[in-house]
Design a protein around this ligand. Structure first.
Ligand SMILES: [Zn+2]
Length: 82
């Protein structure tokens, strides 16, 4: 975790850089990715770099098109009716 010299765009709080887990969804598929994000210590808002957001969109498209052969299967997703 690293303090960065930037204020949160939402609340003006102190930002840090750290690894976070992000859940991506495309069609019926989901994937979790570990990425570096800028996170606000005050409100918890996460900010990603434009390159990372672009990669998220690619992954979501691949999930939607079932192009998951390069992804590692780690478990099953369940849907529960309430
Ligand atoms: Zn904030």
């Amino acid at each position: 975790m690293k303090y960065i010299d930037e204020k949160c765009a939402v609340c003006g709080g102190q930002m840090i850089e750290k690894k976070v887990e992000k859940l991506l969804r495309g069609g019926k598929n989901m994937a979790s990715v570990n990425v570096t994000a800028e996170v606000c210590l005050h409100c918890g808002e996460r900010f990603y770099s434009p390159q990372i957001i672009e990669r998220f969109e690619e992954i979501e498209l691949e999930l939607e098109r079932e192009k998951t052969q390069n992804f590692q299967m780690v478990g099953h997703a369940f849907q529960i009716a309430f």
